[in-house]
Ligand binder design. Structure first.
Ligand code: FAD
Length: 368
């Protein structure tokens, strides 16, 4: 299908004063994709299979554990944006698959489950997220509840196919009928009997898992790299159990599911260099060093996107850390920060989607 939204060119020049004026720019991360299949996974979860045209293949490359952001039409607000983890594996699957579970009284998840069918066209942002193993050649402990299984399936398949370690998955659900990917997980276990183990926990049979029970199950894996995704109370119990078995915080990665409140699909507006005044920014991104005039009231991410630079981001509201970058020198201020903790700030991290300049010269690097 055609994709008519990608109007911003990718920057090519290196280490040069950027010559292009910036006002309002289309968002180069926004694309339309066709749903080629809808798979009913359980009574309240479906998988949406997206075909990626050859022309967009490089933009939609992803790492296991990353997510897509979908635009869902709304009579009240025009649209809402929601993130959905990719359950497909970039090491195995041609198409991109997200899996959506109905949230009781939720707007977007029910809209997607009720309205999307084969041939539907959805507007999405390119893949994003930092909940992804740096290497697949390590032993992995994956802990999921409910729809938290989606990034785990992608990580597990990728690690088993392209990595060398073993994978232990603990997967909690309300009851047998709510287990997503039950048959697929059993098949993968049969294919990799020495490297992949799944322990299911059904609330209907055993109640909610408590810290002691989890500690007993997880004790053998305290040296594994660990990924957790599920409802907040579940993740709290899991974290206490991991602390009890002596797992270091550095090994623990958490994905928190929440609904976005802003509009990451919106066009980008940047201030006027003359009217607002500006700082000088040097930004290292995707192996390039660029120099930019940074209008005082413009967020760094908006500036970069408006110039066509392919900066990473997801929520554009200071709530995820997909756009995190390091201030090497100079000073910036974040207009909002709901995700970076004190240790991150001490390390010089900032959120590009919220950072405006304070000092006259700022040097910033994105770690790729
Ligand atoms: C990185 C990431 C990955 C994700 N991956 C997945 C995934 O793979 N699969 C998946 O199913 N989900 C995933 N999610 C969650 C998903 O993005 C949505 O948050 C989820 O589908 C609920 O959205 P909704 O619009 O249906 O619910 P919402 O309408 O946002 O409602 C959510 C809850 O808030 C309540 N609520 C809504 N409005 C109000 C209000 N005004 N006042 C009080 N309460 C209110 C609702 O009753 C409901 O319980 C992910 C989230 C993130 C951030």
């Amino acid at each position: 299908m055609t994709d008519d939204l990608d109007l911003v060119p990718t920057a090519k020049q290196s280490d040069a004063e950027d010559p292009r004026p910036a006002r309002v720019a289309r968002n180069s991360h926004v694309h339309n994709l066709t749903v080629v299949e809808v798979i009913v996974e359980t009574g309240d979860a479906v998988s949406l299979v997206f075909e990626v045209p050859e022309t967009l293949a490089s933009k939609f490359r992803y790492h296991p554990g990353q997510f897509l952001t979908l635009r869902i039409p709304s009579d009240q607000t025009g649209s809402v944006a929601r993130c959905y983890s990719l359950s497909s594996s970039p090491h195995l699957d041609d198409d991109l698959v997200v899996t959506v579970k109905r949230t009781p009284d939720g707007y977007a998840s029910n809209w997607l489950c009720d309205n999307v069918s084969e041939g539907s066209i959805l507007t999405v942002l390119t893949p994003s997220g930092v909940f992804t193993p740096k290497t697949l050649d390590v032993d992995l402990l994956l802990i999921a509840a409910g729809s938290g299984i989606t990034p785990m399936l992608s990580i597990a398949k990728s690690a088993l196919i392209s990595g060398a370690g073993t994978v232990f998955l603990f997967y909690a659900n309300k009851d047998e009928d709510s287990v997503i990917f039950g048959a697929e997980l059993a098949e993968i276990m049969a294919e990799f009997p020495d490297r992949f183990t799944v322990t299911h926990w059904l609330e209907s049979e055993r109640g909610l898992p408590n810290t002691r029970e989890l500690s007993e199950i997880l004790a053998a894996y305290s040296h594994y790299d660990t990924y957790i995704c599920g409802p907040t109370p579940f993740m709290d119990v899991v974290r206490r159990a991991l602390a009890d078995i002596g797992m270091s915080d550095a090994k623990v990665h958490i994905e928190t599911y929440r609904s976005l409140t802003g509009d990451p699909f919106a066009d980008i507006v940047v201030g006027d260099v003359e009217a607002d005044g500006h700082a000088s920014a040097t930004v290292e991104l995707n192996g390039e060093r660029v120099r930019l005039e940074w209008p005082r009231h413009t967020k760094l991410l908006d500036l970069l996107l408006s110039k066509g630079y392919d900066a990473p981001y997801s929520c554009r509201e200071g709530a995820c850390s997909a756009c995190a970058c390091t201030v090497r020198s100079g000073e910036v201020k974040m207009l909002r920060n709901d995700t970076l903790v004190d240790a991150d700030l001490r390390a010089g991290l900032t959120l590009a989607c919220q950072a405006v300049p304070i000092s006259d010269d700022v040097d910033i690097a994105f770690d790729q």
